[in-house]
Design a protein around this ligand. Sequence first.
Ligand code: 13P
Length: 213
Amino acid sequence: MSDEQALRAALLDVSRRMVELGLNRGTAGNASVRCREGVLLTPSAVPVAEMSPASMVRMTLDGTVQQGGRPSSEWRFHCDIFKARPEIGAVLHMHSPFATTLACLRREVPAVHYMIALAGGDSIRCAPYSVFGEQQLSDDALEALQGRKACLLGNHGMIALGSDLDEALAVAQEVEFLCELYWRTLQAGVPQLLTTQQMHAVKQKFVDYKKRD
Ligand code: 13P
C-alpha cells in the first residue's frame, strides 16, 4: 500500500470513529490529513457510511483540487490551518453534543479541569459565528486556535488538531469530555477554576508524562 493509500484509509477510519463515538452524524463534520505537499480531505455532503478511501479529495494548500470530486465545504479552514501551523498534520471538525452546546452559548471553556492543558493552554476559545465554509469562519477559527489544538466555533461545533490523526482524535475526545464536564458543573454550582500557576505546574508535569522510554 502506498503512503497516500494508507492515509486515505486512515481518513476514512477516523471519520467512522467520529460517528461511532457520537461526535458526528449524517454529513456533519469533516477531516483532513497532510499528504505530499498538500492535503487529503473528506468529500462534501457525503455520509460517512457511503465514503471509501477513493472518495477522499487531494488538494493543494491553496485550494486547487488535484484528485477527486467536491472537497468538504470547510476546505478553507483545513488548508489555512496547515499553512499557518507547520507542526499540525491532521484537522478534525465535529458537531459533537457538548462542545456544540457551549458553542451555542458562545462560551469559552476555562481551566475547569487540568486536562485542558492537552488542548494547549488554560482555555478553549470560542470563535464568533460565521456561515459554514466562508473565509471569515476560517480567519476567526485560526485566531481562536492560536497556541491551541482546539477551539469552538460559535453556533456550529469544534475543531481539533494533532500532529497526526490519532492525536487529533484524542484531543477531540478530551475536549468533548471537558465541555461536558464544564456544562455539568455549571448545572450543579459554580465551577472552581484552576489558577494560572496551577496550570503552569500541570504543563511542566505533562512534559515528563509524555516522555516514552
Ligand atoms: P461538508 O459535508 O461540506 O464537509 O460540511 C459539513 C460541515 O460540518 C460543515 O461545517
